[in-house]
Design a protein around this ligand. Structure first.
Ligand SMILES: [Zn+2]
Length: 178
């Protein structure tokens, strides 16, 4: 196919008369090579109109950054899950080994004995702690006790606040970065 004069006309379309414009249009519809040249010329024109392109580019950069932050967050969550699952799996394995070992080396009667002993010891520890606390409360002045209760309460509130804040940040981080 003969591409002239159409190849030249593509670069000077403003100067063409109506008949030439129509002839070029018909050639473009029939010729793949010239059509691709025309498209390249058009996209170059658009590229050169920099001020018009600035706004979409800024939007694109912002969206790209948001996408990156989201990807990073997803990666962090996946890592957290991986650690959690690994620890859970390891703990389960240890418990299973302990149960298997107990089944192999002892009898049910011994388990009951061990359970009873554990309960007794726990109760013993609990009453010991309570007695110790009561004794301490009786020995120390009231003002000191109140100060210590307030300190414990404030510490608890701060810890609870940090915990809630951490969960909140994790849950809404993706929304904020958009
Ligand atoms: Zn052509």
């Amino acid at each position: 196919m003969n591409h002239q004069p159409f190849e030249t006309w593509i670069f000077a379309q403003e100067d063409l008369n109506e008949a030439d414009r129509l002839a070029l249009q018909q050639h473009l519809e029939a010729c793949q090579a010239c059509r691709s040249l025309q498209e390249k010329w058009e996209s170059l024109h658009e590229e050169l109109q920099a001020p018009a392109m600035l706004a979409p580019r800024a939007g694109f950069t912002r969206r790209w950054k948001a996408g990156l932050a989201e990807k990073r967050l997803r990666e962090q969550r996946r890592q957290a899950w991986k650690v959690f699952l690994t620890f859970s799996g390891a703990t389960t394995a240890v418990v299973l080994v302990m149960i298997a070992y107990a089944l192999l080396t002892s009898t049910p009667a011994e388990w009951v004995q061990a359970a009873m002993r554990t309960v007794t010891e726990t109760v013993g520890t609990y009453s010991a702690v309570r007695e110790l606390t009561t004794a301490w409360m009786n020995l120390t002045p009231l003002g000191l006790n109140i100060v210590i209760w307030i300190a414990l309460g404030v510490t608890f509130c701060i810890l609870a606040f940090i915990w809630v804040y951490a969960i909140w940040r994790t849950a809404f981080a993706g929304v904020w970065n958009k």
